[in-house]
Design a binder for this molecule. Structure first.
Ligand SMILES: NC(=O)C1=CN([C@@H]2O[C@H](COP(=O)(O)OP(=O)(O)OC[C@H]3O[C@@H](n4cnc5c(N)ncnc54)[C@H](O)[C@@H]3O)[C@@H](O)[C@H]2O)C=CC1
Ligand SMILES: O=C(O)[C@H]1O[C@H](OP(=O)(O)OP(=O)(O)OC[C@H]2O[C@@H](n3ccc(=O)[nH]c3=O)[C@H](O)[C@@H]2O)[C@H](O)[C@@H](O)[C@@H]1O
Length: 430
């Protein structure tokens, strides 16, 4: 089952993790990309994305002769047994998934794929894409398989090597089994199904997670209005094994490179088959409102206007543990605050030196973000924010107010330092 000749097309969060992890499982892997600089860096073992354990796996794979990086796909696939497509499928203009890159790679490799090779979509693609690719490739001797990926950014290697499940779908059973066999050492439950169902699992799962979060954010708002405490409420809900504790943390809305685009894509797919999906529509619109709600909290904390008001921001990435700013709720809240005239100074431990392309000043220290600010606004739940020296923060701030959009901080620690704390779905403290 080992030492398969595998090609991974696309060396982003998913492709690089897939390539490095499959190499660590004993397979021979070639990763291809169109970005020459990235290929050169990776060939030297340099990983520029923040993913714990990934650089080490890449370096080990290269040293063991099991992992290499090449520019372009056509040359790489000539003797491949399995080719994974891990290229972007961004939100297109109508909200649907844009399959241009997936299709262009399929066109690029279709004539050079060896007989018996399996072409696998690991990119998130709408139901029907495998069938479309089969047509586009037009090779009865090449099977097409859907093998969606469920890893989270920030824990990509861990998630890939410890999956809750492996999903493999194909209308060619033998090809699906060959792909599933690549993961045999992981011992995960494996769902073997048809291609359309595998593609649907991915959207159904991501949209369910988004719905869970929009629901929790709505319950948090209700808690605020009714005097209940969301932290106790979600703890009480989460012990129910049918609900679970995960994904119950309220915040400034869900974001990142996947949940927003995947919810929009499923909605578009539903519309295409004339299926009315108000539940998913509400999940999405509630998320946009949640960002506005965080802005209203800050306006309220600052006495009604943000015009010319200086604010310190803690966190800009879409969640902690990543350097990814794609569709970050924190960035969107920052943009809305700036639009109301606020002057923003931000600190994010994942973004040293980078400019997020917003009208804000990025500083390399949380106390500098607090300096002279009318309020400190926590937007991303970095662990190190919990242990700030709150007395020092209080000295730096112009007004002693902290708005915690993730309920991440200890309100009592802030109160002891003379700061007032305002969270989400909880009674303000101080
Ligand atoms: N980021 C995540 O956590 C997850 C992403 N996914 C899905 O996986 C897919 C890839 O996502 P990411 O890895 O985040 O994307 P990414 O943007 O991090 O990486 C994509 C890579 O593909 C390369 N690329 C672009 N065009 C190419 C071409 N024609 N030939 C070869 N390489 C090309 C880019 O240079 C880049 O290195 C998307 O469909 C996404 O929805 C699925 C699960 C998790
Ligand atoms: O398809 C994908 O790309 C991936 O999308 C998400 O992973 P990821 O985008 O890395 O981020 P999550 O950890 O799911 O967080 C998404 C957003 O929800 C927010 N969130 C998450 C959990 C929570 O309790 N509360 C909350 O507000 C996060 O802050 C973030 O903005 C899914 O969790 C992965 O299973 C999936 O593979």
């Amino acid at each position: 089952m080992f030492a398969r000749r595998i090609v991974v097309v696309g060396t982003g969060y998913v492709g690089l993790t897939t390539g490095a992890c499959l190499a660590s499982l004993g397979h021979r892997v070639v990763c291809s990309d169109v970005n020459a600089e990235k290929v050169a860096q990776l060939s030297r073992g340099e990983v520029r994305i923040h993913e714990p354990g990934l650089a080490e796996l890449v370096q080990e794979g290269i040293a063991a002769g099991r992992l290499e990086f090449v520019l372009g796909s056509a040359g790489a696939v000539a003797d491949a047994e399995v080719v994974f497509l891990c290229v972007p499928t961004p939100m297109g203009s109508g909200g649907g998934a844009d399959l241009a890159v997936v299709e262009s790679v399929a066109r690029e490799v279709r004539e050079v794929l060896p007989t018996g090779c399996v072409l696998v979509t690991k990119s998130t693609v709408p139901v029907g894409t495998s069938a479309r690719l089969r047509e586009l490739v037009g090779r009865p001797d090449v099977a097409v398989v859907s093998n969606p990926e469920f890893l989270r950014e920030g824990s990509a290697v861990h998630d890939f090597l410890n999956p809750d499940r492996i999903v493999v779908g194909s209308d060619t059973q033998d090809a699906a089994e060959r792909v599933a066999a690549l993961y045999a050492r992981l011992g995960a439950p494996t769902v073997l199904t048809d291609a359309a169902s595998a593609e649907m699992v991915k959207y159904a799962a991501n949209c369910f997670l988004a719905t869970k979060l929009s629901y929790v954010n709505a319950i948090a708002e209700l808690c605020e209005r009714l005097g209940a405490d969301i932290t106790d409420v979600t703890e009480g809900m989460g012990y129910d094994r049918r609900i679970g504790q995960a994904f119950l943390q309220p915040g400034p809305g869900w974001g990142g490179s996947c949940l927003p685009k995947d919810t929009a894509a499923l909605l578009q797919v539903a519309e295409a088959v004339e299926f009315d999906f108000p539940l998913l529509q509400a999940t999405i619109s509630a998320n946009a409102r949640q960002r506005e709600r965080m802005v209203a909290k800050v306006v309220d904390a600052c006495g009604g206007s943000l015009d010319g008001v200086r604010l310190g921001l803690l966190g800009l990435t879409f969640k902690a543990g990543t350097d990814d700013l794609r569709d970050s709720p924190a960035l969107e809240v920052a943009r809305l605050l700036a639009a109301r005239g606020a002057e923003l100074v931000a600190f994010d431990p994942g973004l040293r030196g980078d400019e997020p392309g917003l009208p804000l000043t990025l500083v390399d220290d949380p106390y500098r973000a607090a300096k002279g600010a009318a309020a400190l606004v926590l937007l991303t739940e970095w662990q190190e924010f919990r242990t700030l020296d709150w007395t020092r923060v209080a000295q730096e701030l112009e007004a002693p107010v902290v708005v915690d959009t993730r309920n991440h901080l200890d309100p009592d620690a802030l109160r002891r330092a003379g700061l007032s704390w305002r969270g989400v779905g909880r009674t303000p403290v101080g």
